[in-house]
Ligand binder design. Structure first.
Ligand code: HEC
Length: 117
C-alpha cells in the first residue's frame, strides 16, 4: 500500500527530469561527428587542426556567428569535398548540438560542468 502511494509522485519527478534534458543527444552527435566529420575536421574539444583550411569544431563552436540555425542551413548542403552525407534530421541536429557544446565554458557530453570559483 505504501509503495503504491509513493509511485505517483516518483513518476512525476522522473517525468520532470526528462523534460529538462537537452533537445540534442550529445553522445549521438559525437558519434556522428566521429563517423562523418572527423576525416576532415578535428571534432574533439581542443583537438588541433587536422588539415589546412578545415576549421576545428571547437573553433566553429566559438565563432559567435555559428548559431544552430546557421549550422543547420549550412549542413543541408554538402561543403568542401564533403561527400553528400544526407544526414537524417535527428543526426544533423545532434551533431550541431554536439558541436555547439564545445563552446568554451559549456560542459560537453562526458565532461563535468566547469567549477566556478
Ligand atoms: C571531406 C572533408 C569534410 C568533411 C567530411 C566534413 N567537412 Fe566540414 N568543412 C570542410 C572544409 C574544407 C571546410 C572549410 C571550407 C568550407 O566552408 O567549405 C569545412 C567547413 C565546415 C563548417 C564551417 C562553415 C562556415 O562557413 O562557417 C562547418 C560548420 C562544418 N564544416 C561542419 C561539418 C560537419 C558537421 C561535418 C560532418 C557531418 C563535416 N563538416 C564534414 C571539409 C569537410
Amino acid at each position: 500500500m505504501r509503495r503504491a502511494a509513493l509511485a505517483g509522485p516518483l513518476l512525476a519527478v522522473a517525468g520532470l527530469a526528462q523534460a529538462a534534458d537537452p533537445p540534442a543527444d550529445l553522445e549521438n552527435g559525437r558519434a556522428v561527428a566521429r563517423t562523418w566529420c572527423a576525416q576532415c575536421h578535428a571534432v574533439e574539444r581542443g583537438e588541433s587542426q587536422r588539415a589546412d583550411g578545415v576549421p576545428t569544431f571547437t573553433g566553429l563552436a566559438n565563432d559567435p556567428r555559428n548559431t544552430s540555425d546557421r549550422l543547420r542551413a549550412f549542413l543541408t548542403q554538402p561543403h568542401g569535398r564533403m561527400p553528400d552525407l544526407s544526414l537524417s534530421r535527428q543526426n544533423r541536429d545532434d551533431v550541431i548540438g554536439y558541436l555547439l557544446s564545445l563552446r568554451d565554458g559549456r560542459a560537453g557530453p562526458t565532461e563535468p560542468k566547469p567549477r566556478r570559483p
